[in-house]
Design a protein around this ligand. Structure first.
Ligand code: F0G
Length: 364
């Protein structure tokens, strides 16, 4: 397969200039846009779609950005790359660095990332450092390290990552035959998706491919909600970081790198910021799972948030909404098993009884 068949490099005309022989790809992108009929019915909507970025090679949306930024690192002759991460960036960076034959350094907060993600960084051969701090602390430590060594920084502040992460906007439009959805709902952690996808849609509008852009709304976990708080306070004055706590560990971020860009996208597209509780996240995740699709907890905030936007009419039931699912359900199986533990059966009589009961109920 040629490098420019990847769902990112197909759009090379709108990406940073990288010589073709420097492209580092695992054939990311080209992810499915699923219909979500059961979730739509729960919300009373006509239809609901989910763009599943968890179906990328390392199981998260990070691959689309990593292919762009890692290719730039190679083109510029770097030998080391590094990032701080809540797990998915590090998994993606480790894979793409290995692919390119580069060394990689990962800083993660000890005990605060899902096992699937930690195992990936190790499997792909990254130098992996667990620090007794949170994600925001890891970012600070990394900033010191890169000042002392010729290491290419692959955190969210890297602009080439956002360039790759804008490409799902193009794919969504292709997959919808260029009918612009009314709403795009994204999770909010470091606020890269909001910034990157906002840029992607804006570029297509600017080039005349579309006449309007979707409203992009950001959903944060209530325990990690710096953007929500800032907007509630009027969206003026200094941006206050928060101490972040949520079991959706991917978005346990108190000081988001891309907040300014995200605010701009919210303002220009007319979207909203919402917050959702831990219970609301867990329920939404189970509902997405019951579609036969599944996602990680951080992605499920999108459905939980959409419920609030529909409840008060900010999203109309006849409008089209697309949820951005950012990570695969297998990233964090521990979370899922804990949630469903009570329903786990352990003897054959109970199994037979449950099946008989369900069958009888279905006949009623
Ligand atoms: N969803 C998942 C699965 C993530 O891994 C992340 C961020 C987000 C959402 C939030 O993304 O920046 O667009 O708001 N994960 C980063 C990491 C921080 O290190 O893997 P955003």
């Amino acid at each position: 397969l040629a490098a420019d068949q990847s769902g990112v490099w197909r759009f090379r005309d709108l990406l940073p200039i990288v010589p073709v022989d420097k492209i580092v790809t695992l054939y990311e992108g080209n992810t499915p846009l699923y219909e979500m009929p059961r979730c739509a019915a729960l919300l009373g909507m006509n239809w609901l779609l989910a763009k599943h970025q968890g179906m990328n090679p390392t199981g998260s949306f990070k691959d689309t950005g990593m292919t762009a930024a890692l290719s730039v690192a190679v083109a510029n002759g770097f030998e080391w790359v590094a990032c701080a991460s809540t797990g998915n960036t590090s998994a993606a960076m480790a894979a793409y660095a290995a692919r390119a034959g580069l060394r990689s350094l990962v800083l993660i907060p000890e005990g605060k990332i899902a096992w699937g993600k930690l195992s990936q960084a190790m499997d792909y051969g990254s130098t992996t450092v667990q620090l007794r701090t949170d994600f925001d602390g890891c970012v600070r430590v990394l900033a010191e390290i890169v000042q002392r060594a010729p290491v290419y920084l692959l955190n969210s502040v890297n602009p080439y990552r956002l360039e790759g992460q804008k490409t799902p906007a193009f794919e969504i439009l292709e997959q919808m035959d260029w009918q612009v959805p009314h709403h795009l709902i994204v999770p909010g952690g470091n606020l890269a998706n909001c910034s990157a996808l906002g840029k992607g849609f804006a570029e297509l509008q600017h080039l005349g491919f579309i006449k309007r852009v979707p409203k992009i709304s950001v959903i944060q976990a209530a325990g990690a909600n710096p953007l929500y708080r800032w907007m509630q306070a009027g969206g003026v004055g200094p941006f206050e970081p928060v101490e972040a706590h949520t079991r959706a560990t991917a978005i346990r971020i108190g000081n988001p790198a891309s907040w300014k860009k995200a605010v701009k996208v919210l303002a220009t597209t007319g979207g909203w910021v919402e917050e959702v509780s831990e219970q609301e996240i867990a329920l939404a995740k189970a509902e997405i799972g019951a579609e036969g699709i599944g996602c990680e907890p951080a992605s499920a905030v999108t459905l939980a948030g959409l419920k609030k936007l529909v409840a008060d009419g900010r999203v109309g039931k006849e409008e089209t909404a697309v949820l951005l699912l950012t990570g695969h359900t297998l990233k964090d199986p521990e979370y899922t098993i804990q949630y469903h533990r009570g329903a786990l059966l352990s003897d054959k009589e109970a199994a037979a009884e449950t099946v008989a009961q369900r069958a009888a109920n279905a006949k009623l």
